[in-house]
Design a protein around this ligand. Sequence first.
Ligand code: ADP
Ligand code: MG
Length: 727
Amino acid sequence: MSSLLRFKMVDAAINHTAVEVDAPEGRPSDYFGAKVFGREAMRKYLDKKTYEALSDTMANGTPLKREVADSIAAGMRQWALEHGADHYTHWFQPLTGGTAEKHDAFAQPDGFGGVIEEFSGKLLAQSEPDASSFPNGGIRNTFEARGYSAWDPASPAFIVDTTLCIPTVFIAYTGEALDYKVPLLRSISAVDKAATEVCHYFDRSVEKVYTYLGWEQEYFLVDESLWAVRPDLMLTGRTLMGHESAKNQQLEDHYFGAIPTRVIAFMKELEYECLKLGIPVKTRHNEVAPNQFELAPVYEEANLANDHNQLLMTIMDKIARRHKFRVLLHEKPFKGINGSGKHNNWSLGTDTGVNLMGPGKTASENLQFITFLVNTISAVHKHNGLLKAAIMSATNAHRLGANEAPPAIISTFLGTQVSAVLDKLADSRSDNAIRFDAKGVFKMSGISHIPTLLLDNTDRNRTSPFAFTGNRFEFRAVGSSDNCAEAIITLNTILADELTAFKQEVDAKIERGMKKEKAIYEVLKQKINASRAIRFDGNGYADEWRAEAERRGLDCETSTPLIFDRYLTPETVALFARTGVYSQVELEARTEVKWETYVKKIQIEGRVLGDLVMNHIVPTASRYEAALLDKVYKMSQIGSGLNADADIALIKRIQDHTAEIVRLSEELVEARKKANRIEDMRLKAIAYHDTVEGYFERIRDHVDKLEEIVDDQIWPLPKYRELLFLR
Ligand code: ADP
Ligand code: MG
C-alpha cells in the first residue's frame, strides 16, 4: 500500500455523496411486516384449522402435527413465491456469532424434465445443515459431525432478498444446544414458570410471564474507500494503530449535531427495510463519538427481539455497502473515543398486562413490583461474576473498564427513590410496616406511594452497568457485536432460580402460620440486607469504586479468559442444571468455544499487527529516515554554516521507535508460537491474554509516535482525522 493510494481513497471518500434512496411507498403502517409471514399472511394463506393450530403453537408451544406442518409449508411457500422468493433457508445463530444460512431452491426436478416448486412440512420443520464447521466445543466428534436445525414457530419466517428465512434452533444429534436460541427459549420458559408462581401470591389469574427485551444498537460508520486501505479495520474490525485526531469528541458536538446527509440516506433505507421485516425501529440519533450512531426499536418479546437484532446486524451491513459505508459493530474501533455497546432493556410482564418491573397503583401491586425488583438485585448480587462472563469477549474487553463505558465490575443502580423505599422496608419492623385497612385491604408503609415518586425519571446514572430505569432494568455492559441472548439467558436463569427459592422460603413461613404479606416482607427484608453490596449509585468509572467493590466482595476480575471460569464453578453448574437451561456438557462446550474464539481473535490481531508494522510502518519510517540521512549527508558536504542537529535528533527518534517496533514484533511472534504449542484451550487463552495481547499497545505506542513525526506525504494508512468526521 502506498501513500498515493491513501490520498486517492481520501479523495474518493470526500467525493462520496448521499445515495438516492427510493422513497417508501405509502406509510409505515402500509408496509410494516410486508416481508414477514405474520398474522396477516397466515390468515390469508392458511386455512382456518391450520391457522388456529399454528396460533396455538406460537402462543403455548403446543407441538405441531405432521399434517399441520405440511399445510403451513404449502401456505408459506405460496406466500413466499408471490413475494418474489425462489429459495428458502433455515436461519440460525451459531456460536461463532452472527447468523448462518444455507439456501436451497424451491424448484425441484419433477422427474419429467421440468421443475416444480416444492416445500413440504418436513423441509419447513427440520433440516440438516452440513454443520461440521460450526463451533461446538467438542460436543460433536467430527466423524458424526451432525446437527440439525428445527423451526421455531414463535418467530415468524421472513424474506430477505429472494430467500425465505425460517428462524430455527440448532441442536446436536445428541440433544445439546449448538446455538443461542435453544438456551434462550429454555431460560424464557424457566423464568415464566418461576415468575408465574410468585405472581400467584398477588393475582391468581396470571397464567404466563413474558420476558421483554428492548435493545439499543450502537455502531460506527466509516467510508468504504478508507476502510479498504486499513487492513486492520478490514480484518479485525478495529484500528490497531492510529494517532488520536487533535479534535475528537471533546466538544461533544457530534452528539448534538445534525446527522450527515449521507448517513441520513443510509438510515432511511435501513429503517424502511427494518419496518418491512417487522422490526419496529423507533429512534435514531448520533452518539457521543464522531461517526457513531444508534438505532433502537420498541421492545418486544425477548426471543423475537433477539432475532430482530441479529437480522438488523446483517441487513445493516448490506445496506451500508450500498451507501459506500462500512458498519463497524466492534466494541472499540478507535482508541481515545467512546466504544459501542448494546444496552439490553429487560423486563418481565404478565399475560394480564402487568409489568412486573414497574410500580403499580396499589400497595399489593407495589409489593409485587418490589418482590421482583429485590429478587433481581439479589440474583445479580449472587451471580455478578457470571453476568460479567456472559457479556465479556475479546472485543468487549476493550470497552469494559476502559474508563469511558460500563466498568468491568457489575453493580446495580436503583436511583434515590427506589433505594429509599428498599432501605425503609429493610429497616422497618414488620408489625408496624404492614397494615390492613377496615376493608381488609393490604397497606404497607414505604411502598404505597411509589408511583408518584417514580414519575420523576430524571434520576439516571450513565456509568452503571445494570441500572433500574423506572419500568425495566437496563443492562449496559452488553457489547455492540454481541448476541443479546447470552445476557438475557443469564438474567432469566438467575432470576428464575432466585424466585423459586424465594417461593419456597415464603411458603415455608406461610405453612408455619405466618400471614402471606408478612412472610413475603420477611424474606424480602432479608434479601435487601444480604444484597446491599451490589447496590452502587456513585460513579462507576472512579478508581475508588474499584477498591470499594473489592472490599464489598464483588467480582473484580478483568482477564477475559479467567472470567469465563465463572461458567464452570460448582454453583453455576448447579444453577443451570436446576433451571434446565444448560447441562454441564453444554456449559463446558460453550466455555471451550469462548476460549477458542478469544484465542482466534487475538491471534488474528497479532498477525495483522505484525504484517502492518513490518510491511507498512517500518518501511515507511525507514524511507523518511533515509531522506533525512541524505539531507544530513549533503549538508555535511556543503560544510560550514549549516546545522543538522534537529535532523539528526529526528533520525535518532525514528531509529529508536523502529528498533523497538522490530524488537517487540519479534517477541510477539515468539509469544504467539509459545502460546500455540499449548493444547488446553483455557490455558492457551490465558497465555494469549497474559503474554501476546500485552504487546499490542506497546507496539502501537511507537507506531503512533512515528505517525506524528513521519512526513504525512508518505504515510500509508488513512489517519483518524480522515476516517472519522463523515460529512
Ligand atoms: P435511552 O437511550 O434513554 O436508554 P431509548 O429510548 O434509546 O432510551 O431506549 C429505550 C429502550 O428500552 C427501547 O428499546 C424501549 O423500547 C425499551 N423499553 C422501554 N420500556 C421497556 C420495558 N418495559 N421492557 C423492556 N424494554 C423497554
Ligand atoms: Mg439506554
